[in-house]
Design a protein around this ligand. Structure first.
Ligand code: FUC
Length: 795
């Protein structure tokens, strides 16, 4: 994180694997499962207060926290005040530049982080010979030892905390602890600062590397930790972080800076250049030259700036490319400067982490989905113990938090957590959707067979054990919560714990549907598949409440906060696919009512989720209104844009505080406005707002292995390019009409029977509605062959 300061530049450093703590305990709360019958007995006699009390026995320990590594400080001696200040982050090259003039000399600092070479390169230049005088120093919030490794190299070594208690826990007298006698908690790290080359004089001591009389200096930063996997003691059984750093340095030092730069560009652009977006022409003239914060301010005041919107899209992809290489992007991506960061900078899996990865497949960054998919594999391992010890159940389960150690137990410090977030048991089941989506987009059957399906099946096994029959003969979850909302019972009691919340049932429906389809694709487990199909029929169904909304709970209770930021029950609309205007118009209308009651408020991820919802309801103008609100400038002290949710001047999302989920949810929302493929067809421009009447997008991905380029004018497609990786009938729903170009043949099938969806069997839907609710859309079946590209022109 580059602050762009002049005389003392601050560059905050993170290493993706540096967390507090160590592997989780196999049984953090012995005897927890004994509470389950008591909870259920209370629930079925509708004593929700007693149930909420008993359910606290089903809580374990908190997760650990993602940690900062340290800071690089550049203390520069300058002749006078600075002027001509300029800074940027170039998202085409993932390079940051800071430039200013002082004492008649122009100083430039360029920085990039290379994934292929595992190095941060900082290039400092002055345009007058010998004018560069500075000290490059390291520091950390952790206890560290600094060593001069050589005349050009400094090392900073230390260990992360053995324990870091969440920032919202206020009763712990010693919330950060470094002492650990077991060797199993706290991760060692080694950070090296090395001068690659300079024409100045260098001296080194533990206070820093001192550079005198230079016109150029190139610094390398290299780091590694002893993290050795979620189930290995990071200290005792850790990797040799010093040897790792030595190896990185040995590899990188003989290379020219230019070669490192070229490799970085190749690597970064191999992801970034897959997709491009232009909306309603390009912002030109003076506005395009304005700094981002100025543009955000004008935008907040209502001006149009389509290039700011497409820049946001590009920037959000930059964030995922930069934060999802080794470990999954956490609540702050990888960018956290605090030892007790907001919500531990961990993985909150009751919405936030999933949201981070909604855009991964559709915006053509499928490989970068893998760190999350790998994390699910770790959570499943600890989740087996959690299923057994907390519920006496088979399969695996996870709750609302996880961390690099794959924590899966309900958190809450054994009874101190509020059940409205702590005791929600659907985290693993929701994550399983990502395993299935990865397959849907890639068609990678080997991955489905060896990785995804076994994990999904085991999660379904937990559900089969966990579901109980209600008095009316339906299968329900008990206990159940609707994160993180409170209902009011008929007698005015405010409670969180009940049975069969809409979100619980929706997530299980989704998981069972996906497992069934996966088993079908793999031609396996016929009996299990049948059993799930039967259970799915018995699940407590979706209900429409007296307000015409989609009911959030088992009964038509009202919410303590009708505008609560979580809209958990609309999981079934997005990211689920149980309801849609095309397949279940009545439920879609109820979902719309729910959103109207919830209102357009909410900040950060909440606002971002609503963009996705409105896009799924095919209401582009409403989605666009919320996108503009998500981009509301905030964090500028001393102005009317000082406080509240929105977007900071550097385009990071403000919940507040900074959480990266809003960026990724916003990116996903923009994609959902342009392309959806969850309804058994490729839905092109399903929610294109009037503000984006014309545009161009290249390289979006759809389920079934298709890559799409679209050009449109006045809301109608003018040109469509479909690349088919796997072949098959590509069903398209699009505004206007198209014809085939070239000699490829197209079966124009307007009025084709939408009941025969490809890929998703009709049985995956509870109800079906063949009439398209939006006028002006046509449906075509395009037969495709693997590896072929089809061009369709609008008419
Ligand atoms: C959930 C949300 C909060 C916050 C946290 C990280 O608990 O309710 O708003 O985003 O996750």
């Amino acid at each position: 994180m580059i602050f762009g300061r002049v005389s003392t530049e601050l560059i905050q450093l993170n290493e993706a694997t540096l967390w507090s703590g160590g592997p989780v305990s196999n049984d953090p709360t012995p005897g927890a499962a004994n509470a389950l019958p008591d909870v259920r007995a209370a629930l079925f006699r509708q004593d929700y207060t007693e149930a909420a009390k008993q359910v606290r026995r089903i809580q374990g320990v908190y997760t650990e926290a993602y940690q900062p590594l340290g800071d690089l400080l550049l203390r520069q001696t300058l002749a006078g005040d600075s002027s001509a200040y300029y800074r940027d982050l170039n998202v085409s090259t993932a390079t940051a530049t800071t430039r200013f003039t002082s004492g008649g000399v122009t100083y430039t600092r360029e920085l990039f982080v290379s994934a292929p070479d595992q190095v941060i390169v900082v290039r400092l230049t002055a345009n007058r010979k010998g004018a560069l005088n500075l000290t490059a120093a390291l520091r950390s919030l952790h206890p560290v030892r600094k060593t001069v490794v050589g005349p050009m190299e400094l090392a900073m070594r230390g260990k992360s905390p053995a324990k870091a208690v969440p920032n919202y826990v206020d009763y712990d007298k010693k919330p950060v602890r470094y002492d650990d006698s077991t060797g199993c908690n706290g991760t060692r790290f080694d950070l090296r600062l090395r001068i690659r080359s300079t024409d100045g004089q260098v001296t080194a001591d533990t206070a820093g590397l001192h550079i005198r009389g230079a016109s150029e200096a190139v610094l390398y930063l290299v780091a590694a930790t002893s993290f050795n996997g979620f189930d290995k003691c990071p200290d005792r059984d850790g990797r040799d972080e010093q040897a790792l750093v030595d190896a990185y340095l040995k590899r990188v030092l003989p290379k020219s800076v230019d070669a490192i730069w070229q490799a970085h560009i190749r690597d970064y652009q191999s992801y970034a250049n897959r997709v491009s977006l232009t909306l309603n022409g390009t912002t030109t003239g003076t506005v395009a030259q304005l700094p981002t914060d100025e543009r955000l301010k004008r935008y907040a005041q209502g001006s149009n700036d389509p290039t700011l919107e497409s820049l946001y899209f590009e920037y959000d992809r930059y964030l995922l490319i930069s934060s999802s290489r080794t470990t999954a992007a956490n609540l702050q991506g990888i960018w956290n400067p605090m030892v007790r960061p907001p919500w531990s900078s961990n993985y909150t899996i009751n919405i936030n982490t999933e949201m981070n990865y909604w855009p991964a497949e559709v915006t053509n960054l499928s490989e970068l989905h893998r760190p999350l998919l790998d994390l699910i594999g770790s959570v499943a391992v600890t989740g087996r113990n959690t299923a057994r010890t907390f519920y006496g159940a088979g399969g695996w389960v996870a709750h609302h938090n996880t961390d690099i150690w794959g924590a899966s137990n309900p958190v809450g410090d054994r009874g101190k957590g509020d059940p409205n977030w702590a005791n929600w048991a659907m985290g693993g089941n929701w994550l399983c959707q990502h395993l299935w989506e990865h397959y849907q987009f890639t068609g990678d059957k080997n991955y489905l067979r060896t990785v995804a399906y076994p994990l999904m099946k085991e999660a379904a096994q937990f559900c089969v054990d966990f579901l109980v029959e209600s008095p009316e003969g339906r299968l329900v979850t008990a206990p159940a919560t609707s994160p993180e909302n409170i209902f009011i019972t008929e007698n005015g009691q405010k409670e969180a714990v009940s049975v069969a919340t809409t979100m619980d049932m929706g997530i299980i429906w989704d998981l069972f549907s996906n497992v069934e389809q996966a088993a079908q694709q793999l031609n396996t487990d016929a009996d299990f598949r049948l059993m799930l199909a039967q259970k799915k029929q018995k699940l407590f169904p979706l209900q429409i409440g007296k307000a015409g909304d989609l009911q959030e709970w088992y009964h038509d209770w009202s919410a303590e906060d009708p505008q609560h930021r979580h809209v958990s029950h609309l999981f079934v609309l997005h990211p689920g696919r149980e309801i849609s205007p095309l397949t279940t118009p009545n439920f879609a209308a109820a979902a719309r009512k729910t959103l109207e009651i919830r209102g357009d408020g909410g900040t950060g991820w909440s606002k971002a989720w609503k963009i996705n919802f409105w896009a799924r309801l095919h209401d582009g103008n409403h989605a666009y209104k919320l996108l503009r609100e998500l981009l509301r400038l905030t964090g500028v002290e001393g102005t009317e844009y000082a406080k509240g949710g929105g977007t900071y001047p550097n385009l990071l999302c403000a919940h507040p505080p900074f959480q990266i989920d809003g960026n990724f949810g916003g990116l996903s929302g923009m994609s959902e406005m342009l392309l959806q493929s969850q309804d058994g067809l490729l839905n092109l421009l399903p929610a294109c707002p009037d503000a984006w009447a014309s545009g161009q997008v290249r390289g979006l991905k759809a389920r079934g292995g298709y890559t799409l380029d679209m050009d449109w004018q006045k809301g109608r497609l003018t040109r469509l390019v479909v690349q088919s990786a796997q072949g098959g009938i590509c069903r398209l729903r699009l505004p206007g009409q198209v014809r085939m170009s070239g000699k490829n043949q197209l079966k124009a099938a307007q009025g084709v029977n939408p009941n025969s969806f490809y890929q998703l069997p009709a049985s995956a839907y509870r109800t079906r509605q063949p009439n398209d609710p939006t006028p002006g859309y046509s449906v075509y079946d395009l037969p495709t062959e693997p590896g072929k590209t089809y061009v369709l022109l609008g008419q």
